[in-house]
Design a protein around this ligand. Structure first.
Ligand SMILES: [Zn+2]
Ligand SMILES: [Zn+2]
Ligand SMILES: [Zn+2]
Length: 352
């Protein structure tokens, strides 16, 4: 695999690259142009010193790992994708587009509080006997580096598949957090079947027009999608969110006045769409919310074999009892969030 690291000044991308190299058998791929910048002490790196130490340790070998341009670098990694490579030298959105086409590439962004990044930067200046900038000057550099039109790093960080928040106060703390995270897990490159179908269910939910709650689901057999569904009013009726269902628009609590609701549930829509004939043994329903009671009995009746849900609903226990009695497997699967991951000693923490 190839991990590309991007992020703000002193956010820690080089520290993370260093960890991957020292602990997880990664090798650094570099651009020659970037290497010059480094010597000129561009204010966007953390661990140039350590990187250059590595270079000294194995200069003969690393000479092969410095490339004239990003395409040559990518071609090199493509032929050797089963080995572990890391680069911090992706500089612009067009280059990134080409990297993101490859299934072995993972873009990881690293961010940290600006006050902490300033402190790290000032410490580094002092180590090199340079005058550290004051906070205001650093903030101006930082704004330019991140947000300059067309060339700001935010174009890169915005597209990261994994987003890390490096608030760790020491390298040791960072290493502990990275150990717990398993950044190099191949599963990050490609969703497994559960993740894939659950993401499709979440996508379907975005089409929902019901005022009460967005719900989406996907009906699958032999890993093929039979149908999808989301909740809302029936065809030709005014959408729920345009006033189509008076009950939903009254905003009563969950479950109140259900019998007067005009909205069809996501699961019902998926079943209607699939038709009885196509739902045979082995059909699995992926839904982002655990089915309600009235959907549950229908799922049992048409012969669904398994229900996989992501989020709980207030009738979970009753639904579970019915499905069990009907011989339908029920399983909760919540896909890993692509929210921000806090890198702190306590390990992986996610905010949505
Ligand atoms: Zn509704
Ligand atoms: Zn309704
Ligand atoms: Zn339902």
């Amino acid at each position: 695999m190839l991990i590309g690291l991007c992020g703000g000044i002193c956010a820690g991308k080089h520290a993370i690259a260093e960890y991957l190299i020292q602990v997880q058998g990664f090798q650094l791929l570099e651009l020659a142009s970037k290497r010059h910048h480094r010597i000129a002490d561009e204010p966007d790196d953390d661990l140039r010193l350590q990187a250059s130490q590595i270079r000294k340790r194995s200069d003969a070998q690393s000479a092969d790992l410095v490339f004239e341009d990003a395409d040559t670098l990518l071609e090199f990694a493509t032929k050797r994708w089963q080995e572990r490579w890391v680069t911090t030298d992706i500089a612009d959105g067009n280059t990134l587009d080409r990297f993101l086409l490859r299934p072995f590439f993972l873009l990881v962004s690293v961010d940290a509080p600006v006050s902490l990044r300033w402190k790290r930067f000032a410490d580094r200046c002092r180590r090199r006997q340079l005058d550290p900038p004051d906070l205001e000057k650093f903030v101006i550099w930082n704004d330019r580096h991140l947000y300059a039109r067309d060339i700001g790093r935010v174009y890169l960080t915005d597209r990261a598949q994994v987003r890390l928040f490096n608030s760790s106060s020491s390298l040791q703390e960072l290493h502990h957090a990275l150990q717990a995270l398993e950044l190099a897990d191949e599963q990050r490159l490609r969703p497994n079947w559960d993740q894939y179908f659950m993401q499709l269910a979440s996508l379907a939910a975005q089409r929902s027009n019901c005022m009460k709650r967005r719900v989406g689901c996907v009906l699958v057999r032999e890993r093929r999608v039979i149908s999808t569904g989301y909740n809302g009013t029936p065809r030709h009726l005014t959408n729920c969110n345009e006033g189509g269902c008076p009950r939903c628009n009254r905003g009563d609590g969950g479950g109140v006045g259900l019998s007067t609701c005009l909205c069809i549930h996501a699961e019902e829509n998926a079943l209607l769409e699939a038709g009885r004939e196509r739902i045979r043994e082995g059909a699995i329903l992926y839904c982002d919310t655990c089915p309600c009671l009235t959907c549950t009995v229908k799922l049992a009746q048409v012969g669904i074999s398994e229900v996989v849900y992501s989020q709980s609903y207030n009738m979970d226990r009753d639904s579970a009892a019915i499905l069990e009695a009907a011989g339908v497997r029920l399983r909760q699967f919540s896909p890993p969030s692509n929210g921000l991951i806090y890198l702190q000693d306590t390990g992986e923490k996610t905010i949505n």
